[in-house]
Design a protein around this ligand. Structure first.
Ligand SMILES: Nc1nc2c(ncn2[C@@H]2O[C@H](COP(=O)(O)OP(=O)(O)OP(=O)(O)O)[C@@H](O)[C@H]2O)c(=O)[nH]1
Ligand SMILES: [Mg+2]
Length: 218
């Protein structure tokens, strides 16, 4: 059984179809925020994409929305440099928030500090942040910097779900998911289900949409 089949079992066809319709509707870029004080009012729930630099955050947002080029992606780490907000639905129902990556050692120190503070302040302090998708490269698993973010989210009591990315690049995504899930169980704010995805191949995207819909709707 592939990881994709394992995850698909958790969702019924109706939940998958409802979420697909939701993400097939209008999705529009709202703004890029280099600082928290220019964020819009906290009047809509937000679903944020967090993870190490180059893990595939912007690609996964595009896959979820079913449209390439909505969020900018790149081979070079450090592509996303602001909190990029996207409004889903018309009238808007919630926001998707693409974030700069953390743990990019090659960037200048002051830039790393600025991004780390921006991401940390947003994650720990945004009252309407409904859930964080914490992306982990399935080839690398959890790194110390991911654990720091997990601890921060635990302390801030912000619900998060670990999403493995780039599973098209590994032989046994199910085994990676099991290892990561067993560690996640020790974290109070972590969702117990770890989703395995590939933006490149479309694996796990329908299930991620369903999980995102439930997180936003409840
Ligand atoms: N094979 C494969 N490559 C992927 C996948 N998702 C993303 N990539 C590639 O990984 C690289 C980084 O993707 P991005 O989506 O820009 O990553 P990011 O996390 O937004 O990066 P930063 O904004 O720099 O932090 C790009 O070259 C993508 O094409 C995937 O599912 N499979
Ligand atoms: Mg990005």
């Amino acid at each position: 059984m592939t990881a994709d089949e394992t995850e698909a079992e958790a969702w019924d066809a109706e939940a998958i179809a409802t979420a697909r319709r939701l993400f097939a509707g209008p999705i529009a870029f709202e703004l890029g925020a280099p600082r928290l004080d220019i964020l819009p009012a906290d009047d809509l729930p937000e679903l944020a994409f967090a993870g190490r630099s180059n893990v595939g955050k912007s690609s996964l947002l595009n896959a979820l929305a079913g449209r390439a080029g909505l969020a900018r992606t790149s081979n070079t780490p450090g592509r996303t440099q602001e909190l990029n907000l996207f409004l889903v639905g018309e009238p808007p129902l919630f926001r998707l928030v693409d974030m700069p990556g953390y743990g990019y050692a090659e960037a200048p120190k002051d830039v790393v500090r600025r991004w780390t503070r921006l991401v940390g302040d947003y994650l720990a302090g945004r009252p309407n942040l409904r859930r964080v998708l914490l992306l982990v490269d399935s080839r690398h698993g959890l790194k110390p910097v991911d654990r720091e973010v997990m601890d921060l989210l635990d302390r801030a009591a912000v619900s998060y779900q670990i999403v493995l990315t780039k599973i098209d690049k590994v032989k046994d995504a199910g085994a990676v998911a099991a290892t990561v899930a067993s560690e996640a169980r020790a974290h109070p704010a972590a969702h117990p289900e770890v989703l395995a995805t590939s933006s490149a191949k479309g694996f796990g995207i329908a299930e991620l949409r369903a999980a995102a819909h439930v997180a936003i709707a409840t």
